[in-house]
Every structure is written in structure tokens, then in C-alpha cells.
Design a binder for this molecule. Sequence first.
Ligand SMILES: [Zn+2]
Length: 410
Amino acid sequence: MALIKSFNLNFSRHPYTKALLSSLGLVVTNDTTLDQTLEIDYQVESANYTKRFQLIPRTLNNTSSLRSFNTFSATLPSAYELVSNLDLLSFYSKQILNIFDYFSSSDSIIASTRIPKLAFRVDSDGFKLSAVQSSLRLSEKAGFPFTWFVDVKPAIDNLSFYKYAASCKQDIQLHCFNHLFQPNSNKFKRDVLLGKDLLEDTLGYRIKGYSGPSGRYTLNNYRILSELGFTYTSDFSFAHDFPIFNIPAISLLQVPIYPFSIGTSIAANWSTSNYVKHMKSYLKLKYLQRQDAIIYAHPENRIELYTNELLEVFGFARSIGFKFHTFNELIISKKENHYSTFQCKDIISKLEYMLNTNRLGSYSTEQNLPLSIKSIIYKSKTTNFPLRCFLKSIFFKLKQLKSSILRQLN
Ligand SMILES: [Zn+2]
């Protein structure tokens, strides 16, 4: 009988593998002398051994497209969102499962006893006082603080609301000054600094988190955020439904969120009860994987209309065992260190949930052109730059159609 003690790898070369191993609570150490090798230290009786495995490197994936999601019901119309093109969770869980083939499922393994956390992100696009007030009341009723990403320009005469929210223990961070994806580095830096300075003057503390308009970035945007002192960004264009990871070569954390929001549900014409059902099924699956769940919504015409439904979702999360955190606390709680001995099969069963490419919340390969066009039109209407967004989405869709036709021809 073996006892697996630790996983040693080069963190900067394998940030996704490191993130997934850590999210499973395993003991992971950084060894910069290792390149494409993962070393596992284990013990049999009282003798120590090291087993080496090859890892497949992967560069940062930053292509996203409009994708439909696997839902709990095959009869519901698909819900669409603009997300990362790679299902990182299934890719990396497969890689780690292959490693476990070397051991027996009844072997022992040291892992932390951490409890999965749920964080709720409020993307305050625009500013409607009654809607943000209703979101704040929801946080009080739910009994935990939310993390808000502020769209500063529309709120410029009402920033005192966020000062008040911060005094109610809400975690306030920056969405943008002007809600526009900005690939030009100078213009991007100007926009971020404007929003950051105004928020910091209002709140009296340093802003550390950023979430880009429509979740879209260039790699240079990330570098600028790092230079400006941000410690993390949160999106679903680089990864969704994946644990927090270090963005390679930049000192920034990425906090991927689950892209399925109230807006996604409304765009797909789902009833409120189907939204609740979907979120409950997703949270249940995340809990079985023992991973944190990070979900989001917008205040106006979303949270303000779904307060009862969200309360039901949060109540369900609490009932199955989730603890609630802000983003700030999530990042700090990664350093928790209470370890115990488990059987390998416990870890393997979690990885098997993640491996399933048809798992709930992963994107499906299903293409429903009328529905996706409808979703594109809906999305373009809800941005500050409808024409640009509309043309971009059409371009994405055409690219996707072209590759699916090419696949069929081959
Ligand atoms: Zn936004």
C-alpha cells in the first residue's frame, strides 16, 4: 500500500495542472528545475520513492466564441455565452487521471480537508440606483457579502453608493471606466487608471481586482493590469468552470467564473424555475468535485427581478455544504492547510466528474443557428457598442460554421 505525499512541478510552466491539483487539495510544491516532468513523492512501508511523469505543456488560450451549454434537460432551448474555446477542466483532469493509473485506487493520499466556497459576482453594468440597492438587500438577506465589479462612468455621480456598500462589508472592485473592449494599450491603460483612481478616492483603499467589459482582453491588457498593481482578473474568455490559476509569465491570478448567468437564461427564453434548477444542478456537481463555485449576474433587469430565485440558489448551496466568500477571501483561503489522509479513489471520483465533456455546464457541440443568432442579437442590444459587438459575433459565428463544415467534409 502506497501513501502519496506530494506532487512537484514547475508552476510557471504548468499553471493549469498546478491549479487543478491544488483545487483537489493535494500537496503541490514548486520545483523550477523541473521542465516537462511531474514528480510524485510517495511512501511504501517506511521507504520513500519518487515516480516521474511527462506533462504536456500548453500555452495560454485566449480565443473565445459563442457556445451553447449542456443543461439538465435536453428539451430546453440551448443557452449561449461567449467563452473560452478550450474545456480546460476535462483536458487537465484527463492528464491527472492518467497519472493515477500508476497507483491503486485503494492507495492512500494526503489531501486538505477544505470546504468548497461559493462567491457571487455582481457586474454593475450601467447604474440604476433601485437595482443596485435591491442587489445589496439581497446580499443582506442571503447572509454573505458579494463581490462587485463597478462600471464607473455611468455611476460617476453615485459612487457614494459603493462607499456605503463597502461599509456593509461588500467587496468592491473595478469593471471599467467606459464599458468597451479596448485592444489599444494606451487607451486601455487610460481607461483603467481613470476608473481605478475614482474608485480608490471614493473607497479609500487599493483596488486589486479587475473584470474586463464583455470579458475580453489582449495579453498586453493583462501586462498593463499587472503593472498597475492589480493582483487578479476574473473572466470566462480564458477559462470557465476552472479553478483559480496564475496567468503564465504575468504576476496576475485569473479567477474564472461560471458564465451561465440570469441574462444567459433570459436570452434562451428559460423560465425562472429552469434557471434555479440549472444553477442547483451545477452547484451540486461542483460540490461533488469539491471545487469552488463562482457565479455572477447583473443588477438591472436581472438580480432585481430574480431576488427570490437567487435566495433559493444560495440557500441550496448552503444546505449542501458550501461556505460563502468574497473574491478577496477566496484568494487568501487558497493558503488553507488542514491535511488528512484519503483513499486515491476519492480523488479519482472527483476527476471523473471533471473529465466528462458532457457534464452539466460544459459547452456542447450542438449548433442551433436560429437560437445562436437570436442570442447574438440579444447580446449586441445589451452592450454600449451594439454594431461592433454584433459584427464581431457574426464573424465568430461564421468562423465556427466554417470549421464545422470543414470537419464534416474531412
Ligand atoms: Zn459588463
